[in-house]
Design a protein around this ligand. Structure first.
Ligand code: NI
Length: 172
């Protein structure tokens, strides 16, 4: 089932997500719907907060790796990478964000099994973008104050409204 993606201004995007007690069939159904919604929007990542559910769950599909992540923790960060990121909740906006290149992470998978892994590159970048969503943080927060004022003004003028055009590199 495709879910409605919440857009910038929706309070769900700014709330802190709560840990999941146990991954059950209810969470697995949500995860399946999140994968479907993300793929329909040609996204590479989607957090539950973006569909109005403030639980610590996100999905990633780089085209190479597909991952469902519950209750993530980033244990270690190293190196650096940066590049333009887009967000399904803020259509048309691209922000250059500096991220760690390599991560050591732990989380629960969709079968409630604990996973500990080292990830890097695009997968690590999306993991950090989605982890931000669980804290109520958005790509707009990486802009300078001046850039943010301009973007908020453009939003008021309707520049960022409507369907994404699909030309952005990474939407998550
Ligand atoms: Ni996003």
């Amino acid at each position: 089932m495709q879910l409605k993606i919440r857009l910038y201004g929706d309070p769900c995007l700014r709330a802190k997500s709560k840990p999941v007690k146990e991954v059950t069939s209810a969470e697995r159904m949500l995860i399946a719907s999140m994968f479907e919604t993300m793929r329909a929007q040609k996204g590479v990542g989607l957090a539950a907060a973006q569909v109005g559910i403030n639980e610590q769950i996100f999905v990633i599909d780089t085209g190479h790796d597909a991952l469902a992540v519950v209750n993530p923790r980033i244990l270690r960060r190293s190196g650096a990478q940066s590049g333009e990121e887009g967000c399904l909740s803020v259509p048309h906006l691209q922000v250059n964000v500096e991220r760690a290149k390599d991560l050591e992470v732990e989380f629960l998978d969709e079968d409630n099994n604990p996973v500990r892994a080292r990830i890097s590159g695009l997968l690590a970048k999306i993991f950090q973008h989605e982890n931000d969503h669980l804290q109520g943080k958005l790509i707009i927060d990486y802009l300078t104050a001046q850039e943010r004022r301009q973007v908020l003004k453009d939003m008021k003028d309707g520049v960022y409204m409507g369907e994404s055009n699909g030309h952005e590199d990474m939407r998550a």
